[in-house]
Design a binder for this molecule. Structure first.
Ligand code: KG4
Ligand code: ZN
Length: 341
């Protein structure tokens, strides 16, 4: 089985996703976002998320198979996100995968969502040179990893409070812009002055390279309140002062992450810098990392937007590697909301 046909299923948060890979080739990669459903709440409502996964999972799997022009009977294995994530959401995917594996009598593969994000870059760019430093920046996680080679991964730093995407989401909510906040802040920041509002970067008292984002959010909250920029959803198109605040916030968060990445890349003699997770869609972060990597003579890889946000192609890819190693799951497989990488 050199090029196994694998169905990937992802339901860890608010995207219902299914994908089919033949070997490393993505035959289909379909995603149903629930963003609109959670938008007015300013964040993901777990009960609503699991209910919508349940309603959509079968259709999404059918669609992924159809677009890949394969049938359920052709599959060699099924891979599913086991964690981390919301337990009710994870369970929908795990049960669907188990049912398919059971009925078709094919291997079941349990995948760590974070490994999926990490490997999404290697899937898209097979030529990544190691050692590589990876920044996974998403709505639920923000961590730095070192991969000495394609098989090994060591965590170097993690956020001590909010995730970077969560900071974007909370800031957007604060000024009445809805969920998810990242894309809208990214867009509005382009017409704002990033030097208008000063921010200070967090520093760990123990000298560690861990990350922290809640301070940026609190600074935005204070500034917005003092200037009367805090508004309920839906606030409509924001004024110039709000755009300036958003541009300043985005720039501060991006520069903080870029600085951390470059510090560890230098320290650990990395040859590549890899960026994944939903926040990898951020135009400023992509541009600044590419710029800094080039300055240092390093290769910079930011995953494409279609593979940056939660998707099942990255889950199938991790599953493929597990299948090759013979690491299959059994019927006791359960969702692990707090799974670590
Ligand atoms: O990886 P992802 O789809 O889900 C998690 O695993 O969390 O990431 C979603 C996060 C959200 O917080 C969203 O606001 C953020 O990614 N995001 C962005 C951008 N696009 C999505 N953040 C900043 N700039 C963007 N362009
Ligand atoms: Zn994710």
């Amino acid at each position: 089985m050199d090029h196994p046909l694998i169905l990937g299923i992802e339901t860890s948060c608010d995207e219902t996703a299914a994908a089919v890979l033949r070997g490393r080739t993505i035959l289909s990669n379909v995603i149903a976002s629930q963003a609109e459903i959670h938008s007015r709440y300013g964040g993901v409502v777990p009960e609503l998320a699991s209910r919508h996964h349940l309603e959509r999972i079968d259709t999404l799997i059918d669609l992924a198979l159809e677009q890949a022009r394969v049938a359920l009977a052709d599959l060699d294995a099924v891979a599913v996100t086991q964690g981390p994530g919301l337990v009710g959401s994870l369970l929908v995917g795990v049960q669907a995968a188990k049912a398919i594996a059971y009925v078709r009598r094919i291997p079941l593969l349990a995948v760590n969502h974070l490994e999926g994000h990490l490997r999404s870059v290697f899937l898209e760019h097979p030529g990544v040179r190691f050692p590589a430093v990876s920044l996974i920046a998403s709505g639920g996680h923000t961590s730095l990893y070192l991969s000495p080679d394609e098989d090994r991964v060591v965590r170097l730093a993690r956020t001590r409070d909010d995730a970077s995407g969560e900071a974007f989401d909370k800031v957007a909510k604060l000024v009445g812009l809805g969920y998810p906040g990242g894309p809208v802040v990214d867009r509005l920041a382009r017409t704002g002055n990033s030097r208008a509002v000063p921010f200070s970067s967090p520093r760990m008292s123990d000298g560690s390279l861990d990350l922290s984002f809640s301070g940026f959010k609190t600074a935005v909250l204070r500034h917005a309140r003092s200037r009367g920029l805090d508004r309920p959803y839906p606030a409509g198109e924001p004024d110039q002062e709000t755009r300036d605040l958003l541009a300043s916030f985005q720039s501060a968060v991006v520069e903080f992450m870029v600085k951390r990445v470059m510090t560890v890349a230098r320290r650990d003699s990395a040859r590549s810098i890899c960026l994944s997770g939903g926040v990898a869609c951020n135009s400023l972060l992509r541009a600044r990392l590419a710029e800094e990597a080039a300055k240092e003579g390093l290769e910079g890889y930011a995953v494409s937007p279609s593979l940056a946000c939660d998707n099942a192609a990255m889950i199938a890819e991790v599953g493929r590697r597990k299948l090759l190693r013979g690491e299959t799951a059994d019927w006791t497989l359960n969702a692990e909301p707090g799974l670590e990488l």
